[in-house]
Every structure is written in C-alpha cells, then in structure tokens.
Design a binder for this molecule. Sequence first.
Ligand SMILES: C[S@@+](CC[C@H](N)C(=O)[O-])C[C@H]1O[C@@H](n2cnc3c(N)ncnc32)[C@H](O)[C@@H]1O
Length: 184
Amino acid sequence: MAGVCPWWLGWILASPVRKLFQDPARILAPYLRPGMTALEPGPGMGFFTLELARRVGPAGRVIAVDLQPQMLAGLRRRAERAGLLARIETRLATPEALGLGDLAGAVDFALAFAVVHELPDQARFFAEIRAALAPGGTVLFAEPAGHVKEPEFEASVAAGIAAGLRRAPGPAVARSRTALLALP
Ligand SMILES: C[S@@+](CC[C@H](N)C(=O)[O-])C[C@H]1O[C@@H](n2cnc3c(N)ncnc32)[C@H](O)[C@@H]1O
C-alpha cells in the first residue's frame, strides 16, 4: 500500500496534457456502450470519468466513488462544465469500503485506474467489485508502471482472482500495467 494520493494532485492527474499518452477515449472505447452502468473507484478529479459518462450516454450512468471529498468536488465541477453531471453519481468511500451494496449485480464495466496500490485491503476491494458486477461485467485494472512493480501488480491480480474473477490480457496503455478481470 502506497498511501493515498494528496487531493491537490487531482488537478494534475486530470490535466489535458495526459491525453497525449493516456487517451481516455482510446482506452475506454472497447468496453462501453450506451445505456451501460459504469463504476469508477478512485476517480480522482475525473480524468477518465467524463469519458465514461460520454460513452454510456444519456440512458447510462456512472458511479464514481472516492475517499477524498475534494476529489469528488473537483470531478463534479469538471462534469458540470462538460454537461455530463446528470449521468454521474459521486459517492464518498470510507477507508474500509466503497459502499456498493445497492449495486449488487448491476455494474457492466468498472475502471480501477491507479487506485488499487493505495488500498489497505485489496481482497476486500475486489470482493466488493465482484459483488457489484452484472453477468458479463468486466473490470479494467491498471496501475502506474513507475511505482507498481510487476510482482506487486501480479499480487493485486491474484487478489482479484481470489475474489472470484478471471483474468484476461489488458490493453496496452502507456506507463501502465493492465489486466482485464471479469466474472467467469
Ligand atoms: C492516483 S489517484 C488516481 C485517480 C484517477 N483514477 C486517475 O487515474 O487519474 C488515486 C485515487 O484513488 C482514491 N482512493 C484512495 N484510496 C481509496 C479508497 N479506499 N476508496 C476510494 N478511493 C480511494 C484517491 O483519493 C485518489 O483520488
């Protein structure tokens, strides 16, 4: 566990410059369709969230769950400016849980980007995500390659598998290690 990223870094993580090497549209396009329910634990200020909301369309929804209220406030401001706030629900997590009980079996796609290494209990995290997934649901799991080394990433994937998910190869994303985790 690396400790929680300070909230002011949220502005830097949401910078448009990041699109030059991690383009949310290109990364997310294969996994989303209009009308889907998408979940994003640890969205920060929403670098990926706005694209999730665009892709699920007006009939879909995005649930963004973060530990830090400042991240969620920044996300809401950005979503409002983009005209996407109506599709996005923000939720405040506790260090112990995301609080997804009402979403059991409802989530078509979850994005866990650069968040799992910050969690105190990855087993509990993946158990919560698994319970929220709909049949056929998929998780795109990605970690920053610079500070999550291969063995640590593999240990996180193993936590996902132990929670009942199966692994498939993830997409190529610059500066990242990725895996797809899905219901068997
Ligand atoms: C490094 S940032 C990544 C933000 C975003 N996913 C991105 O790639 O730009 C990690 C985010 O995870 C959040 N986070 C850390 N621990 C969390 C927890 N237990 N539950 C929910 N969010 C958490 C942090 O507050 C922060 O917003």
